[in-house]
Design a protein around this ligand. Structure first.
Ligand code: ATP
Ligand code: MG
Length: 449
């Protein structure tokens, strides 16, 4: 599909021509309304029937041109959010920095954005910029062309309309899709300063699409990466999920390191990556996540964050132990310290930070298997995640393998075999020596059986 599209474009544009406003006619591309969700088509039609323009823009057009399956479709229009809202029952205007309409069609939500204009044309309540050049508000409206140049990358600024079935390309996006390039529209430094999250987006799309970041687009990344510290942690958390939990986490991680972005999102992880076990643990956690996503299995940020922060938590715990703090409180203090240090960069909602800490706590409990403990642990709601995490630590070389296999066997064993496994631990003096916490009567029962 892409090839025939590109061939047809070559026919009508000589390669040396600069990128300019281009309209690719219906006969010259293979995008079809059949590829577009019913809900998005409904939104376009209703806007058009009311006399407005309506285009599919962004990831939807880009991914279709690449032969992929877009996860959603966004619509751009010349209707203001209020005008559009009047056309869709149950729709809501969301966002302050950037106001958009969520139009609900059946169960689908289609994001409808009004064409943006240049922000310097606006009043202060419409557009606002910080002293660093960051856009605090961007609600100045314009036309299709001004909207195109306000978007981030050329490949994200292609517009498709069912009114004539054309693709509009004002920034050379079709050519960049052909050359597999992520290219910033306009001056890259200025655009990153307006919104530093665009740095992460450059890497995200490069990883997702397997594109190169065009040279001038990549050049300012290292210097401007510290601007990520000015972004609200909640927005960065959302962005982290898109970066690391969309199926290309490992590749994204490598690119983020290459472009010096990683250290600004996960400084405690980045500081320890010289340790081969920490690097391996990070890579493996991301690879597992990618594989699970590909296999349609459940993934949770709790597990991923547990892995990313573990090397620092572990190190801090060891430091406290070496100063005389007992292991359990040392773990609690280390977890507290590293978690709050991370919160300054990316938020971690409680529903993820609580299980994350349980996964860490259970790393201390998994070696202690005496008496009823193994059975009880295996019934803990976080057992499966903690066990997977233990395997990850063994595979990455942080700890000697062995315990993981024991737990694998335990899960496969029947009740009788389980009891025998625990008894034989006690015979071998395993199951974690009589340490603290083994003072209870039951466990004291010596090896009489
Ligand atoms: P995805 O497949 O991840 O949804 P997408 O390209 O659709 O990719 P969205 O985050 O859904 O990305 O944004 C939709 C469109 O809005 C983008 O394609 C781009 O044109 C524009 N856009 C989004 N974020 C920015 C930004 N920070 N700066 C400029 N334009 C942006
Ligand atoms: Mg999208």
């Amino acid at each position: 599909m892409l090839n025939s599209l590109i061939n047809s474009i070559k026919r009508w544009r000589k390669p040396e021509e600069p990128a300019g406003p281009r309209v690719v006619a219906r006969s010259d591309h293979n995008l079809s309304r059949r590829d577009i969700s019913r809900a998005a088509l409904t939104v376009m039609k209703r806007l058009q029937d009311a006399g407005f323009q309506a285009y599919i823009v962004g990831g939807g057009v880009r991914d279709l041109m690449l032969g992929g399956h877009p996860k959603d479709f966004d619509v751009a229009t010349d209707a203001t959010p209020e005008e559009a809202k009047a056309l869709f029952r149950g729709s809501r205007i969301v966002g302050r920095r950037f106001r958009i309409l969520h139009a609900r069609i059946g169960r689908e939500i289609i994001e409808v954005t009004t064409f943006r204009g240049h922000h310097s044309d606006g009043e202060e309540h419409e557009a606002q910029q910080s002293e660093h050049g960051m856009l605090l508000r961007d609600n100045v409206y314009g036309d299709l062309e001004s909207d195109a140049v306000r978007r981030d990358f050329t490949v994200n600024a292609l517009y498709y309309t069912t009114n004539g079935f054309e693709i509009h390309d004002y920034t050379g996006g079709v050519r960049d899709i052909e050359q597999r390039l992520i290219r910033m529209i306009g001056d890259p430094s200025t655009r990153y300063k307006e919104d530093p999250v665009r740095m992460l987006r450059a890497v995200r799309f490069a990883a997702k699409l397997d594109f190169q970041i065009e040279e001038k687009t990549a050049a300012p990344l290292e210097e401007l990466a510290p601007l990520l510290r000015n972004i609200a942690p909640a927005r960065l958390f959302d962005e982290v999920l898109k970066l690391l939990m969309s199926g290309q986490g490992e590749r994204t991680f490598e690119l983020m390191r290459e472009y010096h972005l990683w250290q600004h999102l996960f400084p405690d992880n980045a500081a320890l990556l010289d340790d081969p076990a920490a690097l391996e643990l990070t890579r493996k956690a991301l690879r597992n996540t990618d594989e699970r996503i590909r296999a349609d299995m459940r993934v949770t940020p709790a597990f991923l964050y547990a892995a990313l922060l573990w090397p620092a938590v572990n190190r801090e715990q060891q430091r406290l132990i070496s100063k005389g703090t007992p292991p359990l409180p040392a773990m609690a203090q280390a977890a507290q310290k590293i978690t709050s240090s991370q919160l300054a960069h990316t938020a971690i909602p409680k529903r993820f930070s609580i299980p994350m800490r349980e996964i860490w706590d259970m790393q201390l409990r998994l070696p202690r298997r005496n008496g009823e403990r193994a059975q009880r642990l295996s019934e803990h709601p976080r057992f499966r995640a903690a066990y997977d995490f233990l395997l990850l630590r063994e595979e990455s070389g942080e700890i000697e393998p062995g315990l993981g296999q024991w737990w694998t066997d335990f899960q496969q064993a029947d009740q009788e075999q389980r009891q025998e496994m625990v008894r034989s631990l006690q015979r071998d003096g395993g199951g974690r020596r009589r340490g603290r916490g083994s003072r209870g009567g039951r466990r004291r029962k010596p090896r009489t059986e």
